[in-house]
Design a protein around this ligand. Structure first.
Ligand SMILES: [Zn+2]
Length: 238
């Protein structure tokens, strides 16, 4: 089986109440949370998980800012990777802060859950729920229905609750299994708590708790969707 290294890339910062990331925690705290893409490399493959947010325009999704080195193409160049080398993009879900730079990878395969994609095609506007749906629907995706192997050493697990078609990405490394939690697990402290603390932003809380239990049964190391701590603990995982 192929193994991979995992590198988190910082793609700007949102300022939010902590309770938006961590259910019933820090109700009065307003904190900085990074937008994160994860770069996977192994066995000659170069893969991105999530593509970050739209360029901050001072109006949408505020407070949100990013410096010039935090665009996804610059962040990749910073680690010596060109966007045209990326052969596959896996989206944990299609919220604005995870799926808004797909256009940087015209030659790549894009993988998302069918449930997540279907949700964007409903008649009522979903922007207020965290989507840039017109932008997200410009991409031609390969639609996955449930848990599935993607390539040797990489699989996806359907984990709804934060959004209807969230998926986590399971990555084999030389130190065992890592799980990219997307927004099922926003902060390391949420995962490390017992019981796990769900994301404070959710479509269905019961489903999210079930998804946390499902991910727990995989016995992997979880990397979260919005925690600055991932950049402090290690530059490259594992
Ligand atoms: Zn997010």
């Amino acid at each position: 089986m192929n193994t991979y290294t995992i590198q988190p890339l910082r793609l700007g910062t949102i300022k939010r109440k902590k309770e938006n990331m961590s259910y019933h925690c820090g109700v009065t705290d307003v904190l900085d949370f990074p937008l994160i893409s994860y770069y996977l490399e192994g066995a000659g493959h170069k893969i991105i998980v999530d593509t970050g947010g739209i360029a901050p325009d001072g109006e949408k999704w505020q407070p949100y800012f990013r410096n010039e080195n935090e665009t996804l193409d610059r962040a990749l160049r910073g680690i010596g990777v060109l966007t045209e080398e990326i052969e596959m993009v896996i989206l944990t879900h299609l919220h604005w802060d995870h799926a808004s730079n797909n256009h940087l990878f015209p030659g790549a395969r894009f993988i998302v859950q069918k449930k997540e994609h279907d949700y964007l095609k409903q008649p009522e506007p979903v922007e207020k729920k965290g989507y840039e749906s017109d932008l997200a629907l410009k991409t031609k995706y390969e639609l996955i229905d449930g848990d599935q192997d993607i390539t040797s050493g990489i699989s996806v697990v359907l984990a709804p609750g934060h959004s209807v078609g969230m998926q986590c990405v399971v990555v084999e490394t030389r130190a065992g299994k890592y799980i990219l939690g997307g927004d099922l697990v926003t902060l390391l402290e949420n995962w490390e708590a017992s019981p796990h603390i769900p994301n404070g932003a959710f479509e269905d809380m019961d489903m999210m708790v079930e998804s946390l239990e499902k991910i727990d049964r995989l016995h992997g190391t979880v990397l979260p969707g919005h925690d600055p701590e991932v950049f402090k603990r290690q530059r490259i995982y594992p």
